[in-house]
Design a binder for this molecule. Structure first.
Ligand code: PLP
Length: 384
């Protein structure tokens, strides 16, 4: 079998060997419930607290400000619905952007049905939110601003630090969906000035189904999960101990590997971007050229269906995505590309490659070798 060339790290990452190794004892031997008082429970509880410290170190907060959840989706839901329910006596206005992940957009749409008013800020053609727009949108009854750190489809990195200064000044809580950046790009919650931040283990070489929320001390929030008293009474449910240990190890490994990986990825990314535009006519890069995740390449290829390219690439052993994983399988054009002003017919030809730790120059060369032929063949078959 040919080697699989996996270029969809924005959808999920493989578990790092050191992460898997760290998790194994907590799957097989140390199965105690961390809430219990006997020694097996204490072992598990110590492992959870050790992981909390590692996650806190990665994003520069106090360990007491980290709450473990089931992943990015739960953390985003909690930040948005939990803030809305905690502060609805103060106001019912929420500000977000039109390019957020569905884990932010759909809870906002749910709250609209519950009588909240949501402003979806536009972005420019590179996918950037203008901090001035945030400032202008803030009203007396604004109770939350939620803007992502980096977009999962086009890779654009948002000016969250500037937005944080604006929300601080206005006294409005700020939530950042940093699922794409934590462990892959520097994140410092103090510099961002945010009250809440969502992260997910499986986007930083950890296991699926576990994540965390940074909740700045003193931030008012209502819990989503009611039950036992875990996580200081804010998030009930027996801890996913192996998952949390995996997240902690992934955070520790990220501190060591992130910087060299970013440098390597950016070189390979630029090689792929330049190679595609040189070898294939009628392509455009989506997202900001510089303010972009080091591992993200998102292009639109005119007169070709993204799905058709994706399936042809898959037959050559290359995994990538068309639009985002969540929109694959539906023919809806990507809400992110539409917000960037990409014409509907062009959005259908979008292709996203996201690089990772195991991506090599050979992988990139292979994509550049096979993609032009695939596009040419599909264009010949296409009726348009
Ligand atoms: C993957 C992702 C999520 C969802 O995280 P899960 O852990 O898969 O639920 C949320 N936001 C962004 C930006 C993502 O990339």
């Amino acid at each position: 079998m040919e080697e699989l060339i996996y270029l969809d790290h924005a959808a999920t990452t493989p578990v790092h060997p050191r992460v898997r190794e760290a998790m194994m004892p907590y799957i097989s031997d140390y199965y105690g419930n961390p809430e219990t008082l006997y020694s097996a429970g204490v072992t598990a509880s110590e492992a959870v607290e050790d992981a909390r410290g590692k996650v806190a170190a990665l994003i520069n907060c106090d360990p007491s400000e980290i709450y473990f959840t089931s992943g990015g989706t739960e953390s985003d839901n909690w930040a948005i619905k939990g803030t809305a329910f905690a502060r609805r006596d103060k106001g019912r206005h929420i500000i977000t952007s039109s390019i957020e992940h569905h884990a932010v957009l759909v809870p906002c749409q749910f709250l609209e049905k519950e009588g909240f008013d949501v402003t979806y800020l536009p972005v420019d053609s590179d996918g950037l939110v203008n901090p001035d727009d945030v400032k202008k949108a803030i009203r007396k009854d604004t109770i939350l601003v939620s803007i992502m750190h980096a977009n999962n489809e086009v890779g654009t990195i948002e000016p969250v630090g500037e937005i944080g200064r604006i929300t601080r000044e206005a006294g409005v809580p700020f939530h950042v969906d940093a699922v794409q950046t934590v462990g892959n790009y520097p994140v410092d919650v103090r510099e961002m000035g945010c009250e809440m931040l969502a992260l997910s283990a499986h986007k930083l070489y950890g296991p699926k189904g576990v994540g965390a929320m940074y909740l700045r001390r003193g931030t008012r929030i209502v819990q989503l999960m009611h039950g036992g008293g875990q996580e200081k009474g804010k998030r009930a449910g027996t801890h996913n101990v192996p998952g949390i240990v995996g997240l902690g190890k992934a955070a520790e490994v990220a501190m060591e590997e992130m910087e060299p990986a970013m440098e390597r990825d950016a070189k390979l990314r630029d090689r792929l971007i330049d190679g595609i535009s040189e070898r294939i006519t009628g392509t455009r890069l989506n997202g900001h050229r510089e303010k972009r995740l080091p591992n993200n390449v998102n292009v639109c290829v005119e007169r070709v269906e993204g799905e058709a390219m994706l399936l042809s690439l898959d037959m050559k052993g290359i995994s990538c995505s068309s639009g985002s994983a969540c929109t694959t399988g539906s023919l809806d054009p990507s809400h992110v590309l539409l917000a960037l002003g990409v014409p509907v017919e062009v959005t259908h030809g979008s292709l996203r490659f996201t690089l990772g730790r195991l991506t090599s120059e050979d992988h990139i060369n292979h994509v550049l070798d096979v993609l032009p032929g695939i596009v040419e063949k599909l264009r010949r078959m296409s009726p348009v």
